[in-house]
Design a protein around this ligand. Structure first.
Ligand SMILES: Cc1cc2nc3c(=O)[nH]c(=O)nc-3n(C[C@H](O)[C@H](O)[C@H](O)COP(=O)(O)OP(=O)(O)OC[C@H]3O[C@@H](n4cnc5c(N)ncnc54)[C@H](O)[C@@H]3O)c2cc1C
Length: 363
């Protein structure tokens, strides 16, 4: 089961160990995780999920889940950047154009090129504005895009990005765009509560021409609903639980030395085991025997767990854990990320209810 799983693939294990050793300095100095991504490529992880004919290796969802869990426990930045890159790759793999796949996928599978996504404006960011953030008009040879993509992780390090726009009739398209295309203007990466090292910033598209050959999906209404993944997917829950697992492991190491921590440490271990088991069931249960295990349910639980587990570990680590560079303070900052990243409205509402609810102090 996932909950017992630490990969037995020795190559992956070595890669994750090397990645874990760099996690603290990467966070403290806001370094782009170039070396960590190279570790993933060397271990063959860039090739996962891409069909063999393009130089990749197809794996089960379970194997991919283990990669995300172990990689996140080692370093959230690396795992998050990998997830954004994989979101782009997944969309290209699912596209109809054989020519586009042959052109783009071999370089991505070999780790020679890096891709990312800027898609949140299609389904979550700026939805209250009442008008699309990026519009497209079709010409004889392709599309011309204008607007602002609010969030793109690793854009300044990317060769390629998958982004989207809305046509005049309301239908949406996804396109693969080389970052050096005329009219693409990458914003400076922003400083954030955590994950500043993910080099996340915005991107302006100033009348950017993209040929029809680069169409990845659409035109269709709600293009993000096609092709899997998307806001609040099971992958996002695995990543949240990977951070929780790190916090709970460190807490349980403290609890081994301090009896007063044992009850709560054991409670968190039990809850994590349940969440991981349910994530595994949700991934493999194509017959939907347990319909209550929706991506939304699992993300709500993973979010709650990572927030509480990281704060429990900080509480146990006391003032020393509050000092910059300690694993406890980093884990608490990282846990906050899940309140805003790829977080569907019902999950955010569940968090608001949890925050507003006064605990029963008597018990
Ligand atoms: C570190 C990080 C990395 C990310 N990387 C990527 C990436 O690589 N690719 C990608 O596609 N996405 C990425 N995202 C985007 C992410 O998945 C979410 O889409 C994003 O965090 C949503 O926040 P927003 O500020 O854009 O939301 P918005 O909904 O646009 O909210 C912005 C502001 O608008 C106001 N507002 C919101 N709702 C309303 C309302 N109903 N009425 C009135 N005012 C309102 C609030 O003041 C709010 O602060 C990233 C996010 C983060 C934090």
């Amino acid at each position: 089961m996932l909950s017992e799983y630490i990969t037995n693939n020795q190559v992956y294990l070595r890669a994750f160990q090397q990645i874990a050793e760099k996690a603290q300095i990467t966070d403290l100095e806001n370094l782009w995780p170039a070396q960590q991504l190279q570790c993933l490529t060397d271990a063959g992880i860039s090739a996962l999920g891409i069909p063999e004919i393009y130089g990749g290796r197809l794996v089960t969802e379970q194997e991919m889940a283990h990669v995300y869990l172990d990689c996140t426990s080692a370093c959230l930045t690396t795992s998050f950047v990998l997830s954004q890159r994989n979101a782009a790759v997944q969309r290209i793999v699912a596209c109809q154009s054989e020519q586009l796949k042959q052109r783009l996928l071999p370089g991505l599978a070999a780790g020679e090129h890096f891709a990312t996504v800027g898609i949140s404006h299609l389904s979550s960011s700026g939805q209250h504005l009442g008008k699309p953030m990026v519009v497209a008009r079709e010409t004889e040879l392709g599309y011309v895009l204008s607007g602002m993509v609010p969030w793109v992780t690793g854009a300044i390090h990317a060769d390629l990005l998958v982004t989207g726009a809305t046509l005049e009739d309301g239908r949406q398209i996804l396109l693969a765009i080389e970052t050096n295309t005329e009219g693409v203007e990458l914003g400076k990466p922003v400083s954030m509560l955590s994950l500043t090292c993910s080099a996340t910033g915005n991107m302006h598209l100033n009348e950017v021409f993209v040929p029809h050959e680069n169409l990845v999906a659409g035109p269709v209404e709600n293009v993000m609903k096609s092709g899997g993944g998307g806001t609040g997917s099971l992958t996002t829950s695995l990543i949240a639980t990977g951070v929780a697992r790190r916090a709970i492991r460190l807490l349980s190491e403290e609890a081994d030395l301090r009896e007063d921590l044992q009850t709560q440490s054991n409670q968190l271990i039990a809850e994590m085991t349940e969440v991981l088991n349910d994530l595994e069931i949700a991934q493999s249960d194509s017959a939907c025997h347990q319909p209550e295990l929706t991506p939304q349910n699992l993300r709500t639980r993973s979010n709650s767990l990572v927030l509480r587990a990281s704060q429990a570990y900080l509480t146990a680590a006391k003032g020393r854990g509050f000092v910059l560079g300690h694993a406890a303070e980093r884990t608490v900052r990282e846990s906050m990320f899940f309140l805003v990243w790829s977080c569907p409205q019902p999950v955010a509402q569940a968090a608001m209810r949890e925050f507003a609810c006064s605990p029963n102090w008597q018990s």
